[in-house]
Design a binder for this molecule. Structure first.
Ligand SMILES: Nc1ncnc2c1ncn2[C@@H]1O[C@H](COP(=O)(O)OP(=O)(O)OP(=O)(O)O)[C@@H](O)[C@H]1O
Ligand SMILES: [Mg+2]
Length: 502
């Protein structure tokens, strides 16, 4: 390309990338216009993150060219990319949890004072200005560890913006944000666009793509199959481009029939903040019981308390008529409880292990042969899960860290499925999972309920909570503000209940 196309600030030409014999990108092209937002979609493992990492210099592309503002570039690493006007918010947060928000913001580029020391006053001032300009209230000196996943996500986004880049890549930035935060982010994105900045926006959420993107591109199995203006395409067209078939309904029919009460929670309160305040509810056997609420409402805390991770201050939990008092997750697991955590990277997976290890770890006693673990039994179970969950991988011996984000999430699911739990608690289980795979997970959940297993599902996605539950409990500021039948409620009622105790 000798001369710059009109308005195109970034042009990727015939870029390919393989990991060993796994060809992940096959001569892909992408043009991004100045001051516009390009959506990038595709199934889990299609190559979206890899493509962006090649652009950002984290991976070196095997072939192809990248032109920035008409000039060819090839970044040697993230620092090089940042210095040349490209910033990226990664799918998996990579923060130093023991450092403060300010420290994380300036990591690798601490400003120095005239005496050569780190200029902390300036750091705090600049950080405060940045967060104020973005309309965010964050305690700057607190360690990252104390922040919720969503606040941490917003900090990462703020950091990317602070580099004053020409192009900002956002890899599934909203996966852990709630509605008000998503709106804040979109406002920021529109402002950046007006300033002539271009954004590449990766998301599995269709409505977001249509709301915020000017154009949308779709990767399928490492090939760029579609690039369209958002106004001239629609949801079905994008889904067919992504999965190669059309999907008429986003949710399978919820035709399970809940039985008698199996779990009874009475006047539950927690000892440490964020508090649960006198929470009582009953769940039926074979029921899909949803929890909706805003961030900080106490949904995750509730699951953790039931699972024995969090200390109770008061209250009783009855399972199958018997009083339970779990002192830790192990005891909960022995009683048939399982829990998928919202933050898979730190809680759900051993990133240095392979698929077999991660799939079987919660259930080792099942793979014994005499006194020893049977590797072949473990591998067989893993292969079954790979097929059931359609995990995109080279095989059971692949390291978990080389799987795409959504496929890692599927492994977390597999791990707990292997245990065949009776009470299956799920905190945002489909976060980061593509539309096709979501449907399959919903089918799985409904089938489990039909087998008499009880599902407690925390979700911030309104369509999901309304799409696959039997009843929904809404939490507000640590209180349970209401329980409704799913087929008799709507979005307005859930929002109203979630604001009841604010
Ligand atoms: N470091 C790596 N080593 C080996 N294989 C990798 C590595 N990174 C990615 N892959 C492979 O590349 C493929 C594409 O992964 P990528 O992360 O780009 O998918 P994605 O489109 O971002 O998916 P998701 O929606 O799940 O995030 C996957 O099959 C994955 O196994
Ligand atoms: Mg990805």
């Amino acid at each position: 390309m000798s001369e710059k196309q009109e308005n195109v600030i970034l042009s990727i030409r015939n870029m390919s990338k393989a990991f060993g014999r796994n060809v992940v990108l096959n001569r892909v092209n992408l043009d991004v216009k100045e001051g516009s937002i390009m959506g990038l979609m595709g199934e889990n493992g299609a190559g979206k993150s890899t493509m962006m990492k090649c652009l950002f210099g984290i991976y070196q592309k095997d072939e192809g060219n990248i032109y920035l503002d008409g000039k060819e570039v090839a970044f040697t690493g993230p620092k090089d990319a940042l210095e040349n006007g490209i910033a990226m918010v990664h799918q998996e947060l990579n923060q130093c949890l023991d450092l403060s928000v300010v420290d994380n913001l300036f990591l690798g580029r601490y400003p120095l004072s005239s005496s050569g020391c780190i200029d902390e006053t300036r750091m705090k001032k600049e950080a405060a200005e940045l967060f104020r300009s973005l309309g965010l209230t964050v305690n700057l000196t607190q360690p990252m560890r104390k922040m919720s996943v969503s606040v941490r996500q917003m900090c990462e986004i703020a950091k990317a913006i602070s580099y004053h880049s020409k192009i900002i890549v956002l890899d599934e930035p909203t996966s852990s944000l709630t509605q008000p935060e998503v709106e804040k982010l979109f406002k920021m994105m529109r402002k950046l666009k007006e300033q002539g900045i271009s954004l590449i926006y990766i998301s599995h959420k269709m409505d977001e793509i249509f709301e915020i993107c000017d154009q949308v591109s779709v990767l399928r199995d490492g090939n760029m199959v579609t690039v369209k203006d958002t106004v001239s395409t629609n949801m079905n067209e994008l889904i067919s481009a992504m999965v190669g078939r059309s999907l008429d309904n986003r949710f399978p029919p919820v035709d399970n029939e809940p039985g008698d009460i199996i779990l009874s929670v009475k006047h539950l309160s927690t000892k440490y903040a964020p508090y649960l305040k006198d929470v009582s509810f009953d769940v039926r056997e074979g029921e899909i019981f949803g929890f909706y609420g805003l961030v900080g409402a106490g949904r995750t805390e509730l699951l953790e308390t039931l699972f024995g991770v969090r200390t109770r201050a008061a209250g009783r939990v009855y399972y199958d008529g018997k009083l339970m008092n779990f002192t830790g997750p192990l005891e909960a697991m022995q009683h048939g409880f399982a829990m998928i955590t919202e933050e898979r990277k730190s809680n759900g997976l051993f990133l240095k292990g392979d698929l077999t290890f991660n799939t079987t770890i919660a259930n080792l006693s099942q793979y014994m042969q005499g006194p020893a673990l049977s590797k072949s039994k473990m591998q067989k179970a893993t292969v079954q899960q790979i097929n059931l969950m359609r995990i995109k991988t080279m095989g059971p011996e692949e390291l978990i860290s080389s799987l795409s984000g959504g496929n890692q999430q599927k492994v977390v699911f597999s791990k707990w499925l292997e245990r065949e739990p009776m009470i299956f608690m799920m905190d945002e289980p489909t976060r980061g999972i593509d539309v096709g795979a979501k449907y399959e997970i919903y089918e799985l959940i409904i089938n489990m309920a039909k087998e008499g297993k009880t599902i407690i599902l925390v979700s911030s996605e309104m369509p999901e909570i309304l799409g696959i539950t039997n009843r929904i409990a809404v939490m507000s500021n640590g209180f349970l503000s209401g329980i409704v039948n799913t087929n008799e409620t709507n979005q307005e009622e859930l929002l109203r209940l979630s604001a009841k105790y604010l």
